[in-house]
Design a protein around this ligand. Sequence first.
Ligand SMILES: *Cc1c(COP(=O)(O)O)cnc(C)c1O
Length: 430
Amino acid sequence: MREAGYNVFNLRSEDVYIDLLTDSGTSAMSDRQWAALMTGDEAYAGSRSFFELESAVRDVMGYRFVVPTHQGRAAENILMTALVKEGDMVLGNAHFDTTEGHIMLRKATPVNLLTEEGYDPAAEAPFKGDIDLVKLEAALKEYGGRVPFVLLTVTCNNNGGQPVSMANIRATSELCRRYGVPLYFDAARFAENAYFIREREPGYGGRSVADISREMFSYGEGCTMSAKKDGLVNIGGFLAMNDEGFYQTAVQWEIVYEGFRTYGGMAGRDLAALAVGLREVEDLDYLENRVGQAAYLAQGLWAAGVPTVRPAGGHGVYVDAKAFLPHIPQPQFPGQRLVVELYLEGAVRAVELGTAAFAHRDPETGEMVYPRMELVRLAIPRRVYTDRHMDFVVHTFERIAARKASLTGLKMVYEAPVLRHFTARYEDLS
Ligand SMILES: *Cc1c(COP(=O)(O)O)cnc(C)c1O
């Protein structure tokens, strides 16, 4: 840890036992996806694998046009280049960090409008990813023509992998229509969101995840997708939409940034594996196991007295580090200290989503602004670990809990100007 500057991003994966750093691109592909890989058509233009993907996107999402990209943020790049201009306000429930980055690169402002309970780790509510409709309408009124679109992230990664309800999606779409603003989705974890709707929202219990997903997407004009999540592939993404004019504009940017419109930064074989993954991710047995594993881990942690965001998210569990290590002040990185201890105790790798990731200096006053939540995310790769591995993670927490009063904070000794948590280095204050 000393050699790695107390930053787990500097570790080699072979020195990690259970890797819960991220669920992005870390999933295991199925036998059918590996088989599809062998059939990949590597033609530069008009690849058969592209048409397989196009047909999967039409079936699963209901959107007519697909623009493949090398990963999710490249789809965001094209969307923002095409639709966002200086001074714009991009409204959403909670934008992902790369989404915020692409909005700010255009000198526009990302606006996050989660409901109040979405920010309260302890609030036990079924749809903590919902956007606050009152605030949304106020923002649509206030900003008028400066809102190029509204973006709903399903599920919402920033506050714990929390889902957005169909009622909220429908109401958002009605508001958008009334104010003449299009609605798009950040669909990275759309299948997990649809599964939660099936489990938790009245009237959806008997419907298939495929059916629920199509209804969700029917309320929007299109989506960005990081296929490294619910595409069940290791790399890839796309932008999808219904409007032909927007498709033509997007293709112009795709050709400059990504590649020709029928491969867009992906190999033909990867398009083929993604076409299979997009359909597989809607399988009910898979989703029960997937979301069930996160809930199983959360239950073990609660039994061990570890405070987490409630309820468990779709892709993992978010530990409330402020509540677990209340004696370490936020400027001394309690979340990062917990990440370091998880590695020292059990060779478990997690990620801090608190002070290191989100604290920033107020441009006007020059004072540090600390995030409301100091979280440590345990993100579970898809189809990789068993519940026994989750038991081991819980035991690691139990051993840390027994000596947590003696843990001290950290001091950041190196930081990059943007996205500092990836490369930061720390010193131990003990
Ligand atoms: C991962 C992710 C992205 C960015 O996708 P990449 O494939 O990592 O570029 C965007 N939005 C959400 C919600 C994500 O989880």
